[in-house]
Design a protein around this ligand. Sequence first.
Ligand SMILES: [Zn+2]
Ligand SMILES: [Zn+2]
Ligand SMILES: [Zn+2]
Length: 512
Amino acid sequence: MTTTTAPAAPSVPFAGFGSEAALDLDVGSPRVAAQVMARLLSADFEDWSNAVARVGSCTNPIHLTGSSTRVDAGTGEVLSSYSSDTEPLGTTLIRCGNRRASECPSCSRVYAADMFHLIRAGVAGGKGVPERVGENPLVFATVTAPSFGHVHGMRDNGRRCRPHAETPRCEHDRPTTCHQKHDDGDELLGQPLCWECYDYASHIVWQWWAPELWRRFNIALKRALAHLLGVTESQLKDLACVQYSKVAEYQRRGLIHFHALVRLDGPKTDDAFAPAPDGVTAEPLAEVVEEAVASVRFTAPPVFNGDVPRVLAFGAQVDSRPVRVGHRTDDPDGPLNAEQVAGYLAKYSTKSATDTTTGNVSNPHLSRIQEVAAEFATLVEDEWVAAEMPCDLKEVPYGLLGRWHTALGFRGHFSTKSRRYSVTLGALRRARRRAQVLIADAQRSGIPVDLASMEAQLLADDEDETTLVVGSWSFAGVGWDTEGDVALARAAAARAREYAQHRAEAKRANQQ
Ligand SMILES: [Zn+2]
Ligand SMILES: [Zn+2]
Ligand SMILES: [Zn+2]
């Protein structure tokens, strides 16, 4: 690992994607290596690699067979027809669309790119959102969970983990201090100093109700804003509304954080994104957000008979910072710009619970959270069966905990936004599908198409009513044939990512 930023000598091919560079293959076992060899030497390798390229090196594509025809609804004229028979492998492949980078690196990148555009549009405009939205006050807030026990962590300015404690050892005779300075890859990070002292029950209960705490934060924020503007809560809607985009991210200790962009718009109107009330800037908005976070309380019911109710709140650490559009800053304490916040949020949105561990190393703390959550779920179900309750299990407060134990008890969405934050993921996906049809038409006809000038049309909400698609399709399976094929698809996705990074760096270097 080198830390130098000097550019590589021109004669050295860029690692990872140059014509001379080897594919970065992770074959794992001799069996998979043999599968990779067999694929590389197979007669239809060309067809196979074309098929992989067409789904952008998705690791788990869906296979369909069938055909469809595009028909002009007015005249009945057949505009084009398509059949899976024409595909290299005889089936039509569709991307799996998985958000998680650990499941499908390629689809996760598409998801992250869509998230980036969606978030950026709400900060600075674009994708059908007017640029004036960038003038409305905007805050980037990170809302944390409270502590349920001391865990090993990285401290600012290279300070030691936990050098001081009231007593040197806990009641389980484990040390209560840690004098290490942990590095990023350290397996101890996020692990409790004593797993018996750590309050797993409260940890799970907090995580379970985190979406409820967020809901209450929204209510508290409106109340605090009304106060700031000197109006009643019911008058607030005539003056202003709050729009947000948020993502949930797991920390190493297995608790989620919310990262949110909170924007103050004027009153809700049909064309949305109205200017904020005069005189309100991002600074007071940031203060109001912190105040609202600190005020949230929720009394969680006991999990099982004999358990206790718990008063839940967010953690004391709230980071709420103004975002200024158009500012370029590398000062970590300075205001953030649109690209930075969109980049952060898009990155967080592709992580899953198990990604918080490095690689596939088993993580005792996260395993324990899952075990305790599963135990609780069993208790809840047993009590529900024994009590012969007249309601469905899902109406019991913790009835569905069993379903979410692998997500460490978090049942919320990983990325959500208010309705008028910006464009929707659905609109971005629809625009991509429409653009693909236009590009295919342009390739067939040889007439170039200017997609940039057609953005508004591509993003438009109306379905194209002049053409009908008539087709019949059936499911023919999912995934690639062997683990070797999956390894090759992953390697191709990794190369595509490295190449995209290289292009982005080259573009940045050119601009400087
Ligand atoms: Zn995929
Ligand atoms: Zn430590
Ligand atoms: Zn202890």
